[in-house]
Write a protein that binds this ligand. Structure first.
Ligand SMILES: [Fe+2]
Length: 302
């Protein structure tokens, strides 16, 4: 039987829930969140507002941190349509991070051969009707859900749903766009609802999207690299550079470990000499969170 939902090797063959207790320890309560928002470094806060057309294609507006207090920003999120990522939880919320790493170790122990060499996290605060578009993460992910309810759609990691050339572009930061999405993919989605106290993992690189289910949601998204994921990301980067020079490297999904390792080593050398310049500009912000404004997004104040 082959129930793997991805063409990439790795210990996680399919999306699976695991229990955790982070929510029971008060990390997602209003007062705790307001305090976190009050002190969190503004450069580590991403405030996103997604819109969708009739075909389900997303467009993104981004917000500046603005001047709201932590309590005010929390209220704007709870009454708006915002998706707020607090990056660098490792340093931004050390107590939450320590608890999450304990929980991660328990989950990792259930997958023989899985060994994370680097973990990082973002605390996600999102409005009751917010949705995140179809994308993949160039890492393993454990999504610890702590408050509200959300629905995860996880898709197969095959060339149709996850084309390697598009992955290369994302890994090499040549596009802020995500991988291509079509409504036809929905027939292949695994749909999983998450309640507080549930964590979800899925196969490395598996495309996914998220819809909140009518409540303010709090989750900790932990991403992790293993040596195999590091090597493959390096190989994808090297392939992006080769492709930018008019070559047609073969896809990494047909490469064995020695070839992946060689391409990873090449990626380190390429990055040292400036390889590919990121084409993702530090873009202008479109709005500032505002309590009572449409979607929680008010005009930028000078
Ligand atoms: Fe993701």
């Amino acid at each position: 039987m082959n129930d793997r939902r991805t063409r990439y090797p790795g210990p996680i063959a399919e999306a699976k829930k695991h229990p955790h207790t982070l929510n029971a320890r008060g990390f997602a309560a209003d007062a705790a969140l307001a305090q976190v928002l009050d002190t969190y470094p503004a450069h580590l806060i991403d405030i996103n507002l997604y819109d969708y057309d009739d075909e389900g294609q997303a467009s993104l507006k981004t917000g500046a941190r603005g001047r709201l207090s932590g309590e005010g920003l929390l209220e704007a999120i709870q009454g708006g349509r915002l998706w707020v990522n607090l990056r660098g939880v490792e340093t931004g919320c050390p107590a939450l991070w320590a608890a999450a790493m304990e929980a991660f170790k328990d989950i990792q122990a259930t997958y023989p051969g899985m060994k994370a060499v680097k973990n990082a996290g973002q605390l996600i605060l999102s409005s009751p009707a917010a949705k995140v578009p179809y994308h993949f993460d160039a890492s393993g992910v454990v999504l610890f859900h702590m408050r509200g309810r959300k629905r995860l759609f996880v898709y197969p990691g095959d060339e149709t749903h996850l084309p390697e050339i598009a992955m290369e572009q994302v890994v090499a930061r040549q596009t802020a766009e995500e991988i291509p999405y079509s409504r036809a993919f929905e027939a292949y989605a695994r749909v999983i609802d998450l309640e507080p106290g549930e964590a979800l993992t899925w196969p490395l690189y598996a495309p996914h999207r998220v819809e909140n289910l009518d409540r303010f949601c709090v989750s900790l998204s932990m991403d992790f690299q293993t040596w195999p994921s590091r090597l493959r990301n390096g190989a994808l980067y090297t392939n992006a550079v080769l492709r930018s020079r008019g070559l047609s490297p073969r896809f990494t999904d047909g490469m064995a470990m020695p070839e992946l390792a060689a391409r990873w080593a090449a990626s380190l050398a390429l990055k040292r000499v400036g390889g590919l310049k990121s084409r993702i500009a530090t873009f202008e912000r479109d709005f500032e969170p505002e309590i009572g404004a449409a979607d929680g997004a008010g005009a930028i104040r000078a």
